[in-house]
Design a binder for this molecule. Structure first.
Ligand code: BGC
Length: 385
């Protein structure tokens, strides 16, 4: 049964007009059937209430937390129409706060690593918190994935979504400039999930926003993703040093385990001697997308789970893609449905500019200046085969 049908029944049982339970923050009469709904998810230690929002469209059901903009659940149908939650997560807020390795998080100000947490811009050197050995990862100790977001629901034609906004103060986590951030999560009428990121600043700064959903197309907690097949439209990747910082080289994937230009099972070359095993315990690298930077989202990859038939295609305006094969999941975290997550039980596919770009002038720039707007978009398109 879909959400709105359940809500109608619940409202009927309570003797209320059906539409009143379907809406949040908008006139009940005006609300289309697929208007996003919210409920209480948990309370932070400082008393802040956290909501979980549900957005539906096509066969897709997306749940987002006002804490961290976290993708809490993402349900899509298999070839027989059966829904599974394909995103790793927790069933409670406390675990997200205390333990999450960025499950579903909205990552900012800078996705992935900045070497030594340091960069120089216009002659000023900025120091960020070091939270990954000697480096700064995913925006520092209190990145955007650990902050509260303002959430406004909307519908537009057959699409439904949420606009998340937040003002990151000048100097937050060491980054210069007051950054006004606006992230739009849309579930389209056909069930695609789109993310549009926008940001402005009042001082020169660097920005690299992404989403850190851990995918398992067979369903979270169902086992390894090694038999998923991945096609990744990238002839090059950025090799890394021991701290997973790019060396600066754009190496060819041809003849290496990094070659996903033709779809292959993720596990096929995972254990084949190669750079992926030297420092990262698996794939944890940035691929240089053949499409380059674009103004509209271009094809990046196709991920398929052959047994269920679920297919996810990703399109992005970004030039890079961090493919992380869940190497550091070690069975200590118990997920949404009560199953422990082991190494390789999910993969993250983070559209982005390249890691450590502020220290690599030859990489596409992540600098944002006052008067210009940072804009990137990524589409996750679901189908079955
Ligand atoms: C990084 C990994 C890290 C993971 C989250 C990925 O984006 O590249 O090294 O372990 O995020 O914990």
């Amino acid at each position: 049964m879909n959400t709105s049908r359940r809500a109608v029944l619940a409202a009927g049982a309570a003797g209320l007009a059906a539409t009143t339970t379907l809406t949040t923050g908008a006139p009940a009469q005006a609300a289309p059937r697929h208007y996003p709904s919210k409920r209480h998810f948990g309370t932070l230690a400082d008393g802040t209430a956290v909501d979980v929002w549900t957005v539906t469209g096509g066969g897709t059901r997306l749940q987002i937390l006002s804490y961290g903009g976290v993708v809490h659940r993402l349900e899509v149908p298999d070839r027989n129409g059966h829904l599974a939650n394909i995103a790793l997560g927790f069933d409670n807020l406390a675990d997200y706060v205390a333990k999450s390795p960025y499950f579903g998080g909205l990552i900012g100000r800078y996705g992935n690593r900045i070497a030594a947490g340091r960069f120089t811009l216009d002659g000023h050197t900025y120091q960020l918190p070091l939270n990954d050995g000697a480096n700064s990862l995913h925006g520092g100790t209190q990145g955007f994935d650990k902050r509260m977001w303002q959430v406004e629901p909307f519908t537009r034609g057959g699409d439904a979504g949420l606009v998340l906004t937040r003002v990151s103060p000048d100097g937050e986590m060491g980054y210069p400039g007051t950054l006004k951030v606006r992230v739009t999560y849309t579930v389209t009428a056909r069930g695609d999930w789109r993310i549009d990121y926008a940001a402005t600043t009042d001082r020169p700064t660097v920005v690299n926003l992404t989403s850190h959903t851990y995918f398992n197309l067979a369903g979270e907690g169902s086992g390894s993703i090694e038999s998923h097949t991945l096609e990744l439209a990238a002839a090059r990747y950025t090799p890394v040093d021991a701290g997973l910082i790019p060396t600066g080289e754009l190496a060819r994937v041809a003849g290496t385990p990094f070659d996903f230009r033709r779809a292959k099972p993720i596990g096929r070359d995972l254990r084949r001697g190669g750079e992926q095993l030297v420092y990262a315990k698996g794939y944890d690298h940035n691929w240089v997308l053949d499409k380059g930077i674009s103004t509209t989202p271009g094809h990046a990859l196709t991920l398929t789970d052959p047994p269920s038939g679920r297919v996810m295609r990703m399109y992005t305006t970004e030039p890079g893609l961090q493919f992380y094969s869940g190497n550091f999941l070690d069975s200590t975290l118990v997920g949404t449905a009560g199953h422990a997550y082991r190494q390789g039980d999910a993969l993250a596919l983070e559209t982005q500019h390249f890691p450590d770009s502020p220290n690599h002038p030859a990489f596409p720039s992540t600098v944002l200046r006052p008067g210009t707007t940072y804009r990137t978009s990524t589409v996750h398109s679901f189908s079955t085969r």
